[in-house]
Ligand binder design. Structure first.
Ligand SMILES: NC(=O)c1ccc[n+]([C@@H]2O[C@H](COP(=O)([O-])OP(=O)(O)OC[C@H]3O[C@@H](n4cnc5c(N)ncnc54)[C@H](OP(=O)(O)O)[C@@H]3O)[C@@H](O)[C@H]2O)c1
Length: 281
């Protein structure tokens, strides 16, 4: 399918910013253009688009994993109810929807997860993202749920766009020569430009709707991630491994949640993606 006119929601976020670069004809909206929770306003604004969009990509999310423990309604509204309504709307428009979920829908016991593995989230954030997956699946839309994990890459244009772990480590290395990093939590990690390119390929190839996993290949602890950042960047920082109990947080994270991609072309290893990002800074 040659998609010409994609509507990207959350266009100023980490991922949305990269998607805007890869879909030159895209219309991109973020909080300044529309509060997506005002669904009637969103519908009206979409109806005004000429030509009408031929795919919708939703990057809007409540991404504050610890904050969601205190604000479960807000997390549910943005991560579950909104994507559910958006999927129904996409079905009415007869266009595909791409939506993103997370490796935090898993409990981390199995460690490596295929697309068909059963979610068992440990946190409000994970539950809200899983509910979003369910509501989309219950709609009659042609939807792609792309699970991803730990994004890094250029910061999004939004002032509130979170700094990635890479930026945090580089900032810390300017102030300290020793850093503690958690060694008993292992995730997939994902270079946002790679995820954007995989999304573009998915939209163009239009395979069967369903759940897809997209992350750079390999699993990595925060400790290994930090060490590799400093090694590649040539920063002389000693990284000390600590257990996750050393940094108590409100939300429980899975101990090991690596996303196995069994459906789409494989992504490059995370080390190669990290090296490219650091070289670009
Ligand atoms: N980042 C990660 O490590 C990670 C890991 C796993 C999965 N994911 C998933 O990947 C997707 C993209 O994540 P991301 O990190 O690129 O997100 P992001 O940087 O937080 O971008 C989301 C964008 O949506 C905007 N937004 C939030 N609420 C809105 C509303 N009510 N109306 C309109 N716009 C609104 C945000 O604006 P403000 O900045 O002003 O709030 C922001 O520009 C999400 O579904 C996320 O759950 C991300």
């Amino acid at each position: 399918m040659s998609t010409q006119r994609v509507l990207i929601l959350g266009a100023k976020g980490t991922l949305g910013g990269q998607l805007m670069k890869l879909f030159p004809e895209a219309v991109g909206w973020d909080r300044e253009e529309i509060d997506v929770l005002d669904f009637p306003a969103l519908r009206a604004k979409v109806a005004e688009l000429r030509p009408a969009p031929d795919a919708v990509i939703n990057c809007v999310a409540f991404n504050d994993v610890d904050g969601a423990e205190d604000r479960p309604e807000a997390a549910m509204a943005l991560n579950a109810e909104f994507p559910g309504r958006l999927a129904q709307f996409a079905a009415e428009l007869n266009v595909p929807l791409v939506h993103y979920s997370t490796n935090y829908v898993f409990d981390g016991v199995k460690g490596e997860y295929e697309e068909t593995d059963r979610p068992a989230p440990l946190s409000v954030y994970g539950r809200s993202k899983q509910r979003g997956e369910q509501l989309i699946a219950e709609s009659r839309s042609r939807s792609y749920i792309v699970r991803t994990a730990v994004l890094f890459g250029p910061k999004g244009a939004s002032d509130l766009s979170k700094k990635s772990f890479v930026d945090l480590m580089l900032d810390l290395s300017a102030k300290r020569d020793t850093i503690q990093a958690v060694s008993d939590e292992i995730n997939s990690i994902t270079y946002a430009p790679d995820l954007a390119a995989a999304t573009r390929d998915l939209v163009h190839a239009a395979p069967a709707p369903g759940i897809y996993h997209v992350a750079n290949s390999g699993g990595v602890s925060w400790f290994d991630f930090a060490q590799e950042i400093f090694r590649i960047a040539g920063r002389k920082v000693t990284v000390l491994p600590v257990p996750s109990t050393h940094f108590p947080r409100k939300a429980t994270r899975p101990a090991k949640a690596i996303l196995l991609n069994t459906k789409l072309p494989p992504q490059r290893p995370w080390q190669a993606a990290l090296a490219e990002f650091l070289a670009s800074l």
